[in-house]
Design a protein around this ligand. Sequence first.
Ligand code: C2E
Ligand code: CA
Ligand code: CA
Length: 707
Amino acid sequence: MPINLQHDNLEIALKKLKAKENTFELLESINKLGSWEVDLNTHLTIWSKQSYLNYGYEPFSIEPSLELFLSHIVPEDLKKTKEALNQIITTGAVDTYQCKARDKSGKIIDILMHGQVIYDEENKPCKVIGTTQDITELINLKQQKSELLQLIEYSSNEIYIVDINNYNYLYVNEGACKALGYSKAELLNMSIYDINPDLSKETVANLRKKLIFTKHLINRTIHRRKDGSSYYAQAYIHLITYKNSDAYVIFDTDISETIERETLLEEKSEQLLHLAHHDHLTGLPNRTLFKDRLSQAIIASKRHEKEFALLFIDLDKFKTINDSLGHNVGDKVLVEASSRLKRCVRDEDTIARLGGDEFTIILQGVKNIHDISNISQKIVNEMREPVIVKEHSLYISASIGISLFPKDASSSDELIKYADTAMYKAKEEGRDNYQYYASQMTAYAFEKVVMDTSLRIAIKEEQFVVYYQPQIDVKTEKIIGMEALVRWRHPTLGLVPPGKFIPLAEESGLIIDIDKQVRRDAMKQFALWYKEGLNPGKLSVNLAMKQLNEKDFLIQLSNIMEELGFNSDWLELEVTEGQVMNNPELSIEKLKTIHAKGIDLAIDDFGTGYSSLSYLKKLPLTKLKIDQSFVRDIPQDEDDVAITKAIIALGKSLKLKLIAEGVEEESQKQFLIENGCDFIQGYLYSKPIEADEMTQMLKASENGFHS
Ligand code: C2E
Ligand code: CA
Ligand code: CA
């Protein structure tokens, strides 16, 4: 059925056509692209639906014409438009033309036209077809973009776009050029490092890392201008896409003024803070700051388990001076007093003025009571010196009260209270002195200071005498040696036993000079005895380990021996167990060098310290001295018996000789002999005696010693 078939095909073709038309319409509408044609002979004009819509008409509601079209063109563009149309017709070329028009409602629209001439069989132009597109939005967008670009370009901010890979500038605005003094071309040849001299690669790497997460951040840098000057800049950095690649845009603002303001403010507030915390007259910390420092000292001392002292100082005659000579003089005195205080302490110590003539000092880092007393005495001495103000020589003097943390108190209020109490004690004691809160401390400190001074005099004037106590071989009853024991012949106190001054001398280091004198005297005496044909055996001298720290100890010793004609194998040094075990490794090393010189070594007071067998084995020893505390109660006390036996056994196993000290009773001697002790030293044979007496004893005992 061909007819039917034909009919069917037509229907399909129509449908297809319709579909195409719909698609065209849709495309036209999307692009706001209207199409038109004008018959050049009949002037018949056809507009597409979108053409109507572009000019604000209901589609097909009006007869289109060239005149209708031209009536929409704005007057300024009318001439141009006619010319353009003419040109299309005469040249026949495909052309585009853009102009402004008004739609039916009067709204300005931008239109873009394309036109083309169609020719008839005789090659005469018969038709013009074309499109008119409403490009208002596009134009607006372009307009906006260029406006924005101008905004960016002429913004007073510095704006940079930076290559994310090498940090070179891809774009810089006018503001940046102005701020830095470089031309655009110069800057585009530079990288961020060229204008941010303090920017390190490390900082940049860190910023970069942060930016990955935050996308933008703020950073402060210093910018260097072309002329070398610089300013603070605050950068706002943002990760963007620029020309299809990742880039950073940086908005920089000169914040030099802000910084200046900030610094000024900081300085101002620091000044204020200083004013609030310092005494304006002396510049010293005031009560508020002092209390703060005191609390800090307490915290620090607790943490480091250290002690510190609080000194409360009151000027003795200030009130009278102030009342009689006036405030001006008074102020000068206070300023002078504060600078004297400063001279007496270290920079780290806090000196404060609580008000009036009251000062406080927090003494940290003092090693012992000796130091505190020394500093306090120094302040007392300094304050005794007259203060010269104009024609006046003023005598002020100071009373000082001292409290100790944590000995006296552990809270600031109590420490202050006690130091204040002690200060009143100093006033009661006649002013011009210092007192500790705990009175026994004052006595102790006093004794120490006096002792220290007198000991120095004693050394200078050689007030020391050496006593000798014999050491006896229990088998032969013969003197095998003697211990040199020092006594201090004090011009007024008489003979002072070593227990009264040796510990102090050890603390202050004066022991070194004392022992030097003792050794020299004793060695001289021994050389003399040997020269006289007597046999005093070995000389035992006590050695404070401190002396071994003296660099030339051994050289000095050798020199004296040579000078006096003293044989090195006549000498034995006694070191206490406690001192050796304080630092066993070092002791072993030092004692070995002594032993190498042929000098014997004995461990004194053995049993009172905590020797480890492994160290004992390494020490170059010849003798162990059993401490008198074990000897005293043998053979009655079971514990002492056991200990003494154990010490003897230990000594034997180490192949050392054993000597017991403090032997007073025959029963003690018997016990020691029975248990294998080699030598004995004690009142049973003799107390320590002077050289002359010892000479007699040596002579008498040539045939054996009888207790
Ligand atoms: P040390 O080295 O343990 O001296 C033994 C002490 O025991 C001596 O006391 C001595 O007099 C005393 N003594 C001896 N036999 C007996 C006794 O049978 N009974 C009693 N109760 N005591 C006895 P001294 O002389 O008072 O010396 C005391 C300490 O002073 C010495 O103890 C020694 O550590 C130290 N010392 C003495 N002279 C010097 C010296 O020149 N230099 C040094 N660095 N220290 C010395
Ligand atoms: Ca001794
Ligand atoms: Ca001893």
